[in-house]
Design a protein around this ligand. Structure first.
Ligand SMILES: *Cc1c(COP(=O)(O)O)cnc(C)c1O
Length: 411
């Protein structure tokens, strides 16, 4: 048995420790699912309450101007832009990630009209693939979605590829693509590069500008903690903005929505990718949740994320040896996002037993237990305690109960 790391020392020197008090995580819960739904912050709670009472309630329609609802998608987009290496005016908040995939991919395909292949990989999140195949079919122009293994993307880039559409961090394994390298390869092949940052934004520094990415999308409710159903974001590289034509051209992307012209004229910039009225209350929650990133360097978040993940892997492997767990995340932190996944034949029931003890992760079929590590509110002590709870459940077989085997709709 290897030495236990000095958990207390790691927490004592944690520069992000003071942020924890801002998160309203129930007593007794160790929350390892912020990669799926970030927790409530006091600020988001208060801001949503105020948006309801002081803005909607008191201002009524005047809120569009007086409370700044109208410009919120762009303002909040710029706040997210800072976290993903995008300049002001290149990110907007809108819709959900699936819809943003549709909008960005359709715009990208039009920019490479002579090419017919959308290249993606089998590590992509299914909704991205469903949207791409539906779009390919719906356009009726002979497009094809080509899905290869994650390691085979580079070799599959040829002059038939219009768009390389990838998710940076694999939602199941946490494996992280090299965005910069693959984007450069896509460009060499004459293709555009579109990235889904669902498991990247807020988890580590993303550099869309440095990577030269053409389009990007991502969720507001995962590491950004915007709340269930919080709107998503999208990015269009500044040089492309005036050339993109939104396939869903709506009035909120119009140059002058309140001129009520019968014809469509796109807004200058990324804002043309908006469609209709934004979800003002959710957007207020997302805006306030982003305060947690103010004054924090993404490098500090990344350093702690790596430390939390390394601690978890080490503790699980030290305490759970011989119980059939298999690390499915990369061992090298350099190619891993901010999650750690272990496969176990009874992973679903084991995860339910963990959740019953207040250690909340999730499960992805067929056998993956997924643990997300959000540095703004987790401590090494909690991570070690989660590993110890897992060891106890496996040691005692306490997972083996009918109530832990019964599958819920959301796993
Ligand atoms: C979570 C996630 C989504 C979710 O899309 P929604 O439209 O917000 O439901 C999309 N893509 C990836 C890669 C995800 O991880």
């Amino acid at each position: 048995m290897s030495e236990a790391p000095d958990i207390e020392a790691l927490d004592a020197e944690d520069p992000l420790a003071s942020r924890r008090a801002e998160f309203l995580i129930p007593e007794g819960v160790i929350y390892l699912d912020g990669n799926s739904l970030g927790p409530l912050t006091a600020r988001a709670r208060d801001r949503i309450a105020s948006a309801v009472t002081d803005e909607w309630g008191a201002m009524l329609i005047r809120g569009w101007n007086e409370a700044g609802w109208f410009h919120a998608p762009q303002r909040v987009g710029d706040r997210i832009g800072r976290l993903v290496g995008a300049p002001a005016g290149s990110v907007t908040v809108a819709d959900n990630t699936s819809t943003n995939v549709f909008k960005c991919l359709s715009a990208a395909l039009e920019l490479r009209a002579s090419r017919k292949v959308i290249l993606s990989d089998s590590g992509n999140f299914p909704t991205d693939l469903y949207i791409a195949s539906g779009l390919a079919e719906g356009l009726g122009k002979g497009h094809e979605l080509r899905i290869v293994q994650p390691e085979a993307v580079e070799a599959a880039l040829d002059d038939s590829v219009a768009v390389m559409m990838l998710t940076e961090v694999d939602y199941r394994t946490g494996r992280r693509h090299d965005m910069k390298r693959l984007t450069a390869k896509a460009h060499e092949a004459g293709a555009l590069a579109m990235w889904d940052l669902a498991h990247s934004a807020g988890a580590f520094a993303v550099d869309l500008t440095g990577a030269g990415a053409d389009f990007a999308v991502g969720c507001g409710y995962k590491y950004l903690n915007g709340g269930p159903g919080a709107p998503a974001f999208l990015y269009v590289r500044p040089e492309l903005q005036e050339h993109v034509r939104p396939l869903i051209a709506g009035w909120m992307g119009h140059a002058a929505p309140f001129a009520f012209d019968l014809g469509y004229t796109p807004l200058e910039g990324v804002g043309r990718m908006r469609v209709g009225t934004p979800p003002v209350l959710s957007l207020a929650g997302l805006d306030a949740a982003l305060d947690m990133f103010d004054g924090v360097e993404m490098a500090a978040i990344r350093a702690k994320s790596v430390s939390l993940c390394e601690t978890f892997i080490r503790e699980v492997e030290r305490l759970c040896a011989g119980h059939g767990l298999r690390l499915v995340s990369p061992r090298d932190p350099g190619v891993r996002g901010s999650q750690v996944s272990f496969a176990h034949p009874e992973g679903y029931a084991v995860m339910q037993a963990l959740i019953a003890r207040g250690v909340i992760g999730d499960f992805r079929a067929p056998d993956v237990m997924r643990f997300g590590f959000a540095p703004l509110y987790l401590s090494h002590r909690e991570v070690a305690a989660a590993a110890a709870a897992l060891a106890d459940i496996l040691e005692t077989g306490s997972w083996d109960r009918p109530e832990f085997r019964a599958r819920a709709a959301v796993t």
